[in-house]
Design a protein around this ligand. Structure first.
Ligand code: PEP
Ligand code: MN
Length: 337
């Protein structure tokens, strides 16, 4: 970490900054240039709050050399991590397809969708039971009943299941039914929830917040890992921008960026990323081409009647066609689906 002092910084101000860094357990190295003094801080800077240093008197700027995340960083773990769910390996050669309805609505609905995604070649079934909806009047999910139906459909078609967790008190309840806990965009920075999920060992699918930077996503992953849960799968699901023709702006560039910065697997969710059925397949293809380790796709057997996210849910035949296209794209980059 480098602290650049202002031109007119006094000796007392320079000393105060150096003393503060020493108090934090760091070694300091001072370098006096023609115009200004620079202080190099050497050691474990992960506990240093940049803002505190930045606003000390006489400080012009603070520059980090090493990222504030450690366990999630590729600098500390060169090889790509693989998260295993039974014999499914996320982060390995095969691109893992997670598909299913936005929300579990009924036994028939989730069973029929499980069957069709299995036949098309998907590996994991998704389905929300606790839904974080923008309106309190919208369908909020079937709760435990939804988890039971999801679990049963997964069992019938030999598909592990993933469902969103909204609060820490649900960890035990959900443990009976899900193979992966999903932390949604709205809870990416719910640090208390992350801390509780860090105590378990079941995989966590961590979605990027809709207004979160990539660094903030990796810091959220750091919360999970710092408590001991290394089974973290990241997910790019679109961010909010000024653009209104799509529900979110799918940040495909986050995929190669995360791959460089982190060893954790990253998947993409083009359903929430675009919010519009016709745009899901092109963004799914692009995400795989960009190096995503998997996809999460909303599929519905009757989207017109869906209780949530019908407009972005693929029709069964669209999903089948996408799976065929993904075979070719993954082959072109030395992978498979
Ligand atoms: C979902 O996957 O159903 C969901 C609500 O996604 P997000 O948290 O990305 O909005
Ligand atoms: Mn949804």
């Amino acid at each position: 970490m480098i602290i650049v002092m202002k031109n007119d910084a006094s000796e007392a101000q320079i000393k105060a900054v150096a003393d503060k860094l020493v108090d934090l357990g760091l070694k300091v190295h001072r370098s006096d240039g023609e115009a200004r003094t620079i202080i190099g801080a050497i050691g474990d800077t992960s506990k240093v709050d940049d803002i505190v240093i930045k606003y000390m008197a006489g400080v012009l700027n603070v520059v980090r050399i090493i990222e504030p995340y450690k366990l999630a960083s590729r600098n500390f773990h060169e090889d790509s991590s693989v998260v295993e769910i039974g014999d499914i390996r996320i982060g390995a050669e095969k691109v893992i397809i997670i598909a299913g309805p936005c929300a579990v609505e009924s036994e028939d609905q989730v069973t029929e969708i499980a069957k069709l995604i299995k036949e098309a070649g998907a590996s994991i079934l998704r389905g929300g039971a606790f839904k974080p909806r923008s309106s309190p009047y919208s369908f909020q999910g079937l709760g435990e009943q939804g988890l039971k139906l999801l679990h049963a459909a997964g069992k019938q078609y030999e598909l592990p299941v993933v469902s969103e967790i909204l609060e820490a008190s649900h960890i035990e309840l959900m443990d009976q039914y899900v193979d992966i806990y999903q932390v949604g965009a709205r809870n990416m920075q719910n640090f208390w929830l992350l801390r509780e999920l860090s105590k378990i060992r079941k995989p966590v699918l961590l979605k990027r917040g809709m207004a979160a930077t990539i660094e903030e996503l990796l810091m959220a992953a750091e919360y999970l890992m710092s408590g001991g849960n290394y089974n973290v799968i990241l997910c790019e699901r679109g961010i909010r921008t000024f653009e209104n023709y799509t529900r979110n702006t799918m940040d495909i560039s986050a995929i190669p960026v995360v791959k460089k910065l982190s060893h954790l697997p990253i998947i993409a969710d083009p359903s929430h990323g675009t919010g519009i059925r016709d745009h899901v397949a092109p963004m799914a293809r692009a995400a795989v081409a960009a190096g995503a380790d998997g996809l999460m796709i909303e599929v519905h057997n009757n989207p017109a009647a869906a209780l949530s996210d019908g407009p972005q849910s693929l029709l069964p035949n669209q999903f089948k066609m996408l799976m065929e296209e993904l075979k070719i794209i993954s082959w072109a980059i030395g992978r498979s689906v």
